[in-house]
Design a binder for this molecule. Structure first.
Ligand code: B12
Length: 213
């Protein structure tokens, strides 16, 4: 089957909320030797972005949004295993978390997969993680970069709180910080004093590697 067809089937499996098809397409992509990173970022992620647009326009409702994101997770699980297996190691360590009050973790998951694929060790704390926990784990694991994801305008202030607490505790110079998530911008990163902002997972990888150098 052609790459374009597989990517289109990946998109459609998310749009149609079909978990069986999504897992089947992910497995077929791997069997045909396609790059799992490309299948994730250009196939399935494109599907969830389209779902997001439909939700934003009121053409799709919350239960469908929840199902689509569960399908996305199942497909990601299949591809992430393959990405991890092929990753080289030891370019540095990054801790990543979705901030407190925010359950959105699909985009973070994609960032994690791509960053790992580039040989950066990743400690993923999951979602709804309070700032003190982020800092405690960053210190304990002696990471180089702390990345935070916020998808809600109401949770973005947690990213500022992280900068403020790091400064207050005299830890700011010990880590590089990165922010991401749909409502974030370079302007936001500059305003709160984060070291980098990335619009998508590919840019997150480029910026993380630059910070480690
Ligand atoms: C899927 C989804 C959900 C799922 C989340 C499932 C999950 N496990 O993640 C569910 C259904 C649970 C959900 C719930 C809610 N959601 Co919602 N959701 C979305 C949706 C459609 C897609 C988000 C997504 O996964 N995008 C795809 C990924 C690939 O993109 P991404 O997250 O932006 O990530 C990329 C980049 O941002 C970047 N990136 C991401 N993180 C990081 C981190 C770092 C360090 C870096 C460098 C880069 C980076 O790289 C990623 C990969 O390329 C968006 C719409 C949208 N357009 O964003 C709404 C959206 C974010 N949700 C919204 C809302 C309002 C909610 C709810 C409040 C709804 C409700 N009434 O209950 C709840 C919030 C619950 C909570 N407390 O968090 C609003 C937010 C509005 C706002 N201005 O704040 C949006 C924008 C929808 C809308 N148009 O109204 N949601």
């Amino acid at each position: 089957m052609s790459k374009e067809l597989i990517l289109e089937q990946a998109r459609q499996s998310i749009l149609k909320c079909d978990p069986k098809k999504a897992v089947e397409v992910a497995k077929q992509a791997l069997a045909e030797g396609l790059d799992p990173v490309e299948v994730l970022s250009e196939g399935f992620s494109d599907g969830i972005r389209q779902v997001g647009d439909l939700f934003g326009r009121g053409e799709l409702f919350l239960p469908e949004l929840i199902s689509a994101s569960q399908v996305m997770k199942e497909a990601s699980n299949v591809l992430e295993e393959a990405i991890e297996a092929s990753a080289s190691k030891n370019k540095g360590k990054m801790l990543i978390a979705t901030v407190e009050g925010d359950v959105h973790d699909i985009g973070k998951g994609i960032v994690v997969s791509l960053v790992k694929a580039q040989g950066i060790e990743v400690i993923d704390l999951g979602r709804e993680v309070p700032v003190p926990t982020i800092i405690e784990k960053a210190v304990a694991n002696n990471v180089n970069i702390i990345g935070t994801s916020a998808l809600l305008t109401t949770t973005m202030p947690e990213q500022k709180k992280l900068e403020d607490v790091l400064r207050k505790e005299g830890l700011r110079d010990r880590f590089k910080t990165m922010v991401g998530g749909a409502p974030c911008t370079q302007r936001w990163a500059d305003r709160i004093g984060a070291d980098a902002y990335a619009e998508d997972a590919a840019e997150a990888v480029r910026k993380a590697l630059a910070l480690l150098n």
